[in-house]
Design a binder for this molecule. Structure first.
Ligand SMILES: Cc1cc2nc3c(=O)[nH]c(=O)nc-3n(C[C@H](O)[C@H](O)[C@H](O)COP(=O)(O)OP(=O)(O)OC[C@H]3O[C@@H](n4cnc5c(N)ncnc54)[C@H](O)[C@@H]3O)c2cc1C
Length: 532
């Protein structure tokens, strides 16, 4: 058992089987009910985390009021807001529930789309062949476990949905910026080790909040009722159809929201839920929590309690961008605490960090020499890579350890001097030979480390941003039960959708998580309104 798994398991608080028998339901994220290691041979019930045990049904006598709608949207985030607006624009009655007091943005606003008019205006070429290339890359990132139909919703509708969005945001003066574009002249995607597609349109966090509020205000203006401080607690199922949801307000009162056509689950990810991390992403659970305390996986849980099924494990954590070294994850020499090289440095953001995590102490050093500025234009435009001197300079000033000799640098880095000297010598030898026979870094990214002064920057583990694991569904985003039958009336969007990424979050298409959430949100809103 790995150290990180042991660390995770040691945090479990086991409750004896008797507790489960007595019907005790612990709050999600706090306890495990069932057979722990201390009684593993004693009984007949397998271990279960508390979130896996359906709670007792909320009695109808506790329900203070009922709201009737055609479509009920749970969660007003990146998926829920377009879902709400799309459904109400389709002419049906919509109620949307959000457990926070107002709309809060979850992440950075890189909206990843493919082939929009705006992208073409930036000089990007998007052909069906290039799109297929990108899809094939995404499938590789996900070990071919992705349901490509879910990506195709994004590809086939993204451009049209982008026009729908910008028809609202352009009049508000919101200006989108391309990310990592234009590329430096030597960049050629066809010879990239990790291909990169410039999908992301970027805006500031404050403009991101404006974008969400513009859509929400429009939905409200069209008659959608938005309920803040309302936490969805249990789905209501009648036969094989989800017919509503019971929510708890801040005063402790329950309201039942009846949905004649469908409930759309847009409650985000489960990255703040310790138990769910341990069960579904044990390899990343050592990070403990994502950045959003609202990400408790309540939507996933409610759906599983009424028969939906989670996609197979391990799920894909989004764990990048927090542990970069001196110059991002640009393909410069990279060594571990023993002063040894350990990877082909020319890999994309999250993959670079994944290798750092496998190193002793979970950190590494990026090493450059004084020629770094002339090397940057030859680097990748990939996620987290730096290929412009301006960006690079700011990193340099903040993080550099500087020395005039390799020996002195090793001492300052606290790595073994002889090993590090040997590493640099061997690396330079391979650079001169034009081939990396140790870690297969492409020859066009091999640059010597021989011009003093030398610099080193420490890279530590990436943070947990969100977790991409979700529920199984069909190509119309309708949840499946354990036998792959559609659960009528239950739609998914955003991070409740399973098999979008499978095992790894792909940085090959930046902003894809927001892009899918937005596109799936609108798609599910339209489908639920039509009740396919
Ligand atoms: C720091 C950070 C940076 C990121 N950067 C990027 C990026 O650059 N590009 C990218 O594509 N993605 C990025 N992401 C990920 C992206 O933000 C998410 O994948 C995206 O927000 C998912 O949308 P969603 O609608 O599924 O969830 P969210 O946007 O999180 O919305 C879910 C909503 O549901 C509400 N909710 C939860 N449970 C309930 C309940 N029981 N009842 C009622 N309401 C509930 C929540 O309060 C929340 O408002 C980043 C995330 C983080 C944390």
């Amino acid at each position: 058992m790995s150290e990180r798994l042991k660390e995770g398991l040691s945090r479990r608080k086991f409750i004896k089987g008797a507790a489960a028998g007595a019907g005790i339901i612990a709050a999600a994220g706090s306890a495990i009910i069932g057979k722990g290691p201390d009684n593993a041979h004693a009984g007949n019930q397998p271990d279960k985390y508390s979130f896996e045990i359906p709670p007792a049904a909320i009695p109808s006598s506790d329900i203070k009021q009922t709201v009737t709608a055609d479509v009920v949207v749970l969660g007003l985030g990146m998926a829920g807001i377009p879902a709400t607006l799309s459904a109400v624009e389709a002419g049906v009655k919509v109620a949307a529930l959000e457990k926070q007091d107002k709309i809060n943005v979850t992440g950075v606003m890189d909206l990843g789309m493919m082939g929009t008019k705006w992208q073409k205006d930036q000089g990007m070429t998007w052909t069906p062949e290039i799109i297929n290339d990108a899809i094939r890359e995404l499938m590789k990132w996900g070990s071919n476990r992705i349901d490509q139909r879910l990506l195709r919703i994004w590809v086939n509708h993204g451009s049209e949905y982008w026009d729908w969005l910008t028809a609202m945001t352009d009049p508000a003066g919101i200006k989108w910026q391309p990310n990592n574009w234009p590329p430096p002249e030597p960049w050629d995607n066809s010879r990239e080790n990790y291909r990169q597609y410039p999908t992301a349109a970027h805006i500031s966090m404050s403009n991101f909040a404006r974008v969400l509020n513009i859509m929400a205000d429009k939905a409200r203006g069209l008659g959608a009722s938005l309920h803040f401080g309302a936490t969805a607690k249990q789905l209501v199922k009648t036969g094989n159809r989800v017919t509503g949801v019971i929510a708890l307000d801040k005063d402790g009162n329950y309201t039942r929201f009846d949905a004649k056509k469908g409930v759309i689950l847009c409650t985000g990810d489960y990255g703040y839920n310790t138990e769910m991390l341990e069960k579904y992403v044990p390899h990343a659970a050592f990070r403990k929590h994502s950045m959003k305390s609202t990400s408790m996986g309540e939507g996933h849980q409610m759906a599983m309690w009424i028969g939906a099924q989670m996609e197979p494990t391990p799920h894909a954590p989004m764990t990048h961008a927090m542990g970069f070294g001196l110059l991002g994850n640009t393909a410069f020499l990279h060594v571990n605490r023993f002063g040894e090289r350990f990877q082909n440095e020319d890999v994309s953001g999250q993959a670079w960090n994944d290798q750092v995590e496998e190193q002793p102490g979970k950190f590494s050093w990026q090493v450059i020499d004084s020629n770094w500025k002339t090397r940057l234009p030859y680097m990748s435009i990939g996620h987290g890579s730096i290929f412009s001197v301006d960006d690079g300079s700011s990193f340099m000033l903040n993080n550099a350890i500087k020395a005039d000799t390799i020996e002195e640098l090793a001492v300052k880095m606290s790595v073994p001097v002889d090993t590090f000297k040997a590493t640099v010598k061997r690396y330079n030898k391979m650079v001169n030979a034009g081939i990396d026979t140790d870690f297969a870094k492409p020859s066009h990214r091999l640059f010597p480390v021989d011009a003093p002064p030398f610099y080193a920057g420490k890279a530590e583990t990436a943070g947990m941003l969100v977790v991409m694991g979700g529920l199984l569904c069909n190509a119309d985003l309708q949840a499946y039960d354990a036998d792959f039958n559609v659960i009528r009336g239950l739609y998914l969007a955003g991070n409740t959708v399973g098999r979008r990424f499978a095992v790894s979050y792909p940085t090959t298409c930046p902003g894809i998580s927001n892009g899918l959430a937005f596109t799936h949100g609108r798609y599910a809103g339209l489908k639920a309104a039509a009740d396919v």
